[in-house]
Every structure is written in C-alpha cells, then in structure tokens.
Design a protein around this ligand. Structure first.
Ligand code: KG4
Ligand code: ZN
Length: 356
C-alpha cells in the first residue's frame, strides 16, 4: 500500500530549478482518478476508474453507491498512477485534490486519501476547485496557453453538473457571466438518452448515433438564444422532445431514434456555440476555452471550429480524454497553485457547491 512507504525528510523550501511532481486526485462524482504531472505540463500518468457500468442500471449516479466504490478503488488507483509514472511517493512535491464542487460523500474519499498522503509524506496539500481544473485541461493540451499572462479568455464549462460562461482574467481570476437556469447540458443529454432507452451516460451515445443522422428531423426550439444575458436553459429542449413524442408516438420507432437524438443535440449545441460567440463579441475577447465532459461532443467541436473561422476567434478544446473528469487537470492546476504558494491546511472541508 502506498501509505506504508518510508517517510521522506521535510522539504519545505521551493527550489525553482527542481522539477515539480504533483499527484492529482479527483473523486468529485463517479470517476476515481489519480495522475502524476511534471511541472504542470507533462502527464506522466492519468488513471481513471469509471463507475459507468455500476450506475447504468439506475440511469444516473447514485451518490451513496459512488462513494462506496471510491473507497474500494482509491488506494489502488493512486498506486497505479505512481507505478505508471514510475515514481515513488517520496519524490512527489505536493498532492492536489478536488474538494469542491461535487457529491459530498465522493469528495470526502479523495480528500481523506490526499490528507493521509500529504501528512505521511510531509508534503503540501492543495485544495482544488473542480471547475477551474477543467480549464486546466486546455492548458495541458495546448502549449500556447500561459495563464499568468495578461491575456483574457471566455471560458465555457459544460459537464454533467455545470453549464456556465466565464471571463478568465489574468492569473486565472474568473468571473461568471452566465449559467444554466435549469439542467446542465450533460444532464439534459443523460435524461434524453434515458428517455430514448440509450443507456448511461447519455452524451457519448447520443453523439455516436447522431453522426449519420438527420439533425433537421425535428426543429427544436433554441431556448434563451435571444435573451440579453448569457444564461442557458436545456430542460426546455428535453421537455419539447418528450411532448413531441407523446403527441406523435411513431417518432419513437427504432429507425427514428438517431434522428431524434441528432435533432436534440443540434439544438443544444447551437445555443452553446451562439451564446459563447456573442459573449466574445460583447466583451471584445477573441479566445475561447471550452472544457468539461460535453466538450468531447463531436458536433460541438465541429460547430465551434466552423463559427470561430468565420469570426476570427481562436477556440481551444482539449482532446476528448482530457474533457472528461480526470486527475491530470487537477494536478496541472495544483502546480499553478503550488507555484503561487496557495497551499491548504490539513483540516480542509468538502463543498457541494462553490463560487469561483
Ligand atoms: O465533466 P464530466 O466528465 O463530469 C462532470 O463534471 O459532470 O462530464 C460528464 C458529462 C455527462 O453528462 C456525459 O453525458 C457528458 O459529460 N458527455 C457528453 C459526451 N461525453 C460525455 N455529452 C455529449 N457528447 C459527448 N461526446
Ligand atoms: Zn467535471
């Protein structure tokens, strides 16, 4: 077990020339993740144990089941991350862990393991905001991004729990400019998939079956597209799909399911892309960071690239494996916080919601 290795000597002085190895830990929802990242950029390992199969039969994440599974897996996954990185625990400079926002029971498992790792190895603990960490997937994926520059960005974070737009200022200071007023977009994908009997999680399967389907099969409304703010609403598209299929039951014939799914996806993506571009125009910012699980969606990626080339806006979207929850993004943000001296105490708590 990793927690029984020999103790290292206290080493509190940060030597600028020394390589920094951050162990990242992420358990905010239903993935048990650990990663080792060197100097904030180089991913030495990125291990993800998904619980999708367990939650599939319930059609969504069951929090109590998720935290029990994290308890079973956390030590194994941390050990695997260290082994894959070919590094021993006494070489790790600090441990960064998501402590907000997320499912409390799930967060507690990662935070508990991280506190033990930090205490035993006498290395700093760094509490990480999951949403900010998603943005660091962009940083990991693209060398042109430097977050301590004066550059400003519009950031769109789209996941199972969040759909928000931010302005990212110098030093990663974030100001929210819009959010969903009901379902997160990933949640809407998951609910529509459950209604169409496509399994859980719904986003990847809707994405896949939509690829050769007719997205103009049903013209769903684009909620809040014309609103003056930068808020979103996705439950209306989901409800419209349900009403439409109740009124015309033949729409639920097997052959129509891909076209229905593609029509829903097109409406959701259209709102996300158009509102993000509007935010760029209003705030005069021409760089966009897209992140979160839904950023893996092929239609969203395609539409962003199309829109950006017309408007001279630069879009950054990480590769799909870094869009989903993972601990490399946590470790990368951990490096940034470590360099800035933002260390945490061992009595940090967990929070289901949080302001940035
Ligand atoms: O960021 P993430 O892994 O976990 C949260 O922080 O929520 O996002 C998970 C969400 C799920 O709702 C899932 O259905 C959605 O991301 N998702 C997708 C795709 N891959 C994952 N949604 C649309 N298209 C995808 N390809
Ligand atoms: Zn996430």
């Amino acid at each position: 077990m990793i927690l029984t290795e020999k103790k290292k000597k206290p080493d509190t002085v940060l030597n600028e020339k020394e390589d920094v190895f951050i162990l990242g830990i992420e358990t905010s929802c239903d993935d048990t993740c650990a990663a080792v990242v060197k100097n904030g950029k180089e991913i030495l390992s990125n291990v993800i144990s998904s619980q999708n199969e367990i939650h599939e039969k319930y059609g969504g994440v069951v929090p109590e089941v998720a935290s029990r599974k994290h308890i079973e897996m956390i030590d194994v996954i941390i050990k695997e991350a260290l082994d894959k990185a070919d590094i021993s625990s006494h070489k790790i400079s600090a441990v960064a862990v998501t402590n907000r926002p997320g499912l409390l029971g799930s967060l507690l498992v990662g935070v508990g393991a991280s506190k033990a790792f930090s205490y035993y190895n006498k290395i700093p603990l760094i509490a990480i905001n999951h949403l900010k960490a998603h943005i660091f997937a962009n940083f990991l994926a693209d060398d042109r991004l430097v977050f301590d520059s004066e550059e400003k960005y519009i950031s769109l974070i789209v996941s199972g729990g969040h759909s928000s737009l931010y302005i990212v200022n110098e030093g990663l200071d974030m100001k929210e400019i819009g959010h969903t007023v009901d379902d997160a977009v990933g949640e809407a994908f998951d609910k529509v998939a459950r209604y169409l009997n496509l399994g859980y999680p719904g986003g990847p399967v809707i994405d896949r079956i939509s690829r050769n389907a007719n997205s103009g099969f049903v013209e769903f409304t684009r909620p809040m597209l014309e609103s003056k703010d930068f808020n979103f609403s996705f439950s209306g598209i989901k409800t419209a799909l349900i009403y439409r299929t109740k009124k015309f039951p033949e729409l639920m014939n097997e052959k129509n399911i891909p076209d229905l799914a593609a029509s829903f996806q097109a409406a959701a993506v259209d709102v996300l892309v158009q509102k993000t571009i509007k935010a760029c125009e209003k705030f005069n910012i021409n760089k966009v960071l897209v992140s979160g699980g839904v950023a893996a969606n092929s239609k969203l990626r395609h539409e962003f690239i199309q829109a950006s080339s017309k408007k001279n806006i630069k879009i950054y979207i990480p590769p799909p494996r870094l869009c989903m929850d993972n601990a490399a993004m946590v470790a990368s943000l951990g490096y940034f916080e470590f360099k800035n001296g933002h260390l945490s105490d061992l009595d940090i708590d967990v929070y289901s919601r949080t302001d940035l």
